[in-house]
Write a new protein. Structure first.
Length: 100
């Protein structure tokens, strides 16, 4: 994100926008860390000329805890509802794999 400052693209995908990732858990430990992460978020979302996609996963797998349900980044929650269209992709309850 730091290197994107001053640049623009027609379409921007900002992925992993889950609390604990953006803002990062490490950034939240420092009193000024959340504001720095908020500035990075602003830089990232203002790089899109035409379309901006803010994406976050519903689940992740942590080695120590197993499946973890994630919350959207608090920064997404600060964007006024009138400024975006919300989409969701259904979570598959099971996945079948074939042996190769």
């Amino acid at each position: 994100i730091h290197q994107a400052k001053g640049l623009e693209w027609r379409v921007v995908f900002f992925i992993w926008l889950a609390d604990g990732r953006m803002p990062s858990a490490r950034g939240l430990r420092d009193p000024e860390g959340e504001e720095e992460e908020r500035r990075l978020f602003y830089v990232a979302v203002t790089r899109a000329k035409d379309e901006l996609y803010l994406c976050y996963p519903l689940l992740t797998f942590e080695r120590e805890m197993g499946r973890v349900i994630l919350k959207p980044s608090r920064f997404i929650q600060e964007v006024p509802d009138s400024r975006y269209e919300k989409w969701s992709i259904a979570l598959e309850t099971s996945v079948e794999y074939e042996d190769a």
